[in-house]
Design a protein around this ligand. Structure first.
Ligand code: AMP
Ligand code: ZN
Length: 473
């Protein structure tokens, strides 16, 4: 088993990763709130966790990955103010909350599929786990850290943490944590920082369930504690989410969970930085206009170019979404696709001995706090070396790297084989790819003419790749 080193927000250092029960790893990710399409910023978060999960698998671990889907209780303000996001969209569109949640969850899963994000082992919806949430709230009440009022059951964060102590993740006092929020709050709260576990007496809310305290619905934070405990146990190895979750959502998850179990909730908290627009603004749904995966093909980009764009940056670095950066990612994607498509029919099935150093370096980069840009450079070097030496023993090695890159290179290869060209054309195509790579454009032009004279159309793409197609007569 290789050793991953990963930045743990709990200690604010890069730590050696040691799961509780190797070779098993329990991984929990805060998932989408399904009331609008997930924008490219959200998708960056899920890609980061896909890189993490695949790295762990590359290292030989067995990962049990649970992700929640929020389909009730997430209010427009994270601190218990505003409307339920799902119900707000449902009212605006004249649909039921269930229809809204189903529609946006389906869209999200389709986007994840297009990005080759491995589906979680368990995708768990909040509305399917109301019983588990109620049980957990009962445990918290029994431990003395929650109180029941007319408007809801609240977590007594001040009593739990002490008014001046620092949050374990945020390293801020409660006043500092909430300084950016308007603390409009119910007069029933003992303290404005207390957060709701179960909302009561809101007859206009559509989704309601019976509970020991009356009909109502859960607050946003409790679902993650309840579902991670159900599927992964009371202490989990890794918990992920965007950095926006550090000060409130994840602090609250820790408080709720540990007050009930008296055990450490999470061993490694791992957070991704944002995808931002050109102006440096976080891409967010509240901004009104945000880029979607579905917009990319019209702009000339393959969805997997976005995957590669994210792979090309460290998960802890903010990245700027721009056309230029996407063009660069598309060029790299075409470079790998072309290699997979144009492999000679007799490419070796065993990886060449010389490729071992590349596979090792690739793993080392990933295990170094998920250094995906360095890993990507290693994969490119492997292909470049293969072209230089005309040794296609790189292909089986590249397929190993693709287990983490996630570009479906094997599929491209197979698709090219099934629409295979006659051997003479294939030989010309391969020679042309090699001379173009070597920037011998005069010879590339001669070969183009030769291929065309044999009845094939040749299209050179701006990014250096080329397409060949039999001319219809
Ligand atoms: P939400 O559906 O808004 O709860 O967000 C789902 C996930 O996306 C959370 O883990 C967020 O932290 C993350 N996220 C939201 N906006 C961005 C962004 N611009 N860049 C990266 N991650 C984001
Ligand atoms: Zn969560």
């Amino acid at each position: 088993m290789k050793t991953l080193h990963i930045f743990n927000t709990l200690s604010r250092t890069v730590e050696e990763f040691r799961p509780l029960y190797p070779p098993n790893v329990s991984l929990y990710s805060c998932g989408p709130t399904v009331y609008l399409p997930q924008h490219l910023g959200n998708l960056r978060a899920y890609l980061c966790w896909d890189f993490l999960r695949r790295t762990l698998e590359f290292d030989g671990y067995r990962v049990r990955h649970v992700m929640n889907v929020t389909d009730v209780g997430h209010l427009t303000g994270d601190d218990d103010v505003g409307e339920d996001k799902i119900e707000k969209t449902a009212k605006a569109e004249g649909k039921s909350p269930l229809e809204i949640a189903n529609r946006y969850l389906e869209l999200f899963n389709r986007d994840c599929h297009r990005l080759n994000i491995e589906p979680p082992t368990v995708e768990s919806r909040a509305t399917g786990h109301i019983g588990e949430m109620i049980e957990l709230i009962e445990r918290i009440i029994a431990s003395g850290y929650a109180y029941v009022t007319r408007s809801g059951v609240y977590f007594d964060i001040v009593q739990y943490r002490g008014p001046k102590s620092l949050g374990r993740l945020s390293r801020q006092t409660l006043d500092e944590q909430y300084s950016a929020q308007r603390l409009e709050h119910s007069p029933d709260k003992r303290n404005p920082h207390d957060f709701v576990l179960w909302v009561l007496n809101q007859p206009e809310h559509i989704m309601q369930w019976d509970s020991p305290w009356g009909r109502g619905y859960p607050g946003w934070h409790i679902e993650c504690s309840a579902m991670s405990m159900k599927y992964l146990g009371e202490t989990i190895d890794i918990h992920t989410g965007g950095i926006d979750h550090i000060p409130i959502h994840h602090e609250n998850e820790i408080a709720q969970s540990e007050s009930a179990t008296h055990k450490q909730f999470v061993r490694y908290f791992v957070h991704n930085a944002f995808l931002v627009g050109k102006e440096g603004m976080k891409i967010s749904k509240s901004a009104g206009k945000f880029p979607l995966l579905a917009d990319l093909p019209a702009a000339g980009f393959h969805p997997l170019a976005f995957r590669l764009f994210c792979f090309g940056a460290k998960y802890r670095s903010e990245i700027v979404f721009s056309d230029e950066a996407m063009h660069a990612a598309q060029t790299t994607l075409d470079y790998f696709f072309e290699f997979a498509r144009n492999l000679p029919a007799d490419a070796p099935v065993e990886a060449g001995e010389w490729t071992r150093a590349y596979v090792d370096k690739f793993g080392e980069a990933l295990n170094d706090d998920l250094n995906t840009p360095r890993a990507l450079a290693v994969a490119r070097d492997l292909v470049a070396e293969s072209y230089r030496s005309k040794d296609f023993g790189a292909w089986p090695a590249l397929r190993m790297l693709d287990a983490v890159l996630g570009l479906d290179l094997e599929e491209r290869h197979k698709a090219a084989r099934t629409s295979a060209m006659p051997a003479d054309i294939q030989a010309l195509i391969e020679e042309r790819a090699a001379v173009r790579q070597a920037r011998n454009f005069a010879r590339a032009d001669e070969l183009r003419k030769e291929i065309e004279s044999r009845g094939y159309d040749v299209k050179d793409n701006r990014d250096g790749s080329a397409a060949y197609q039999r001319r219809s007569s």
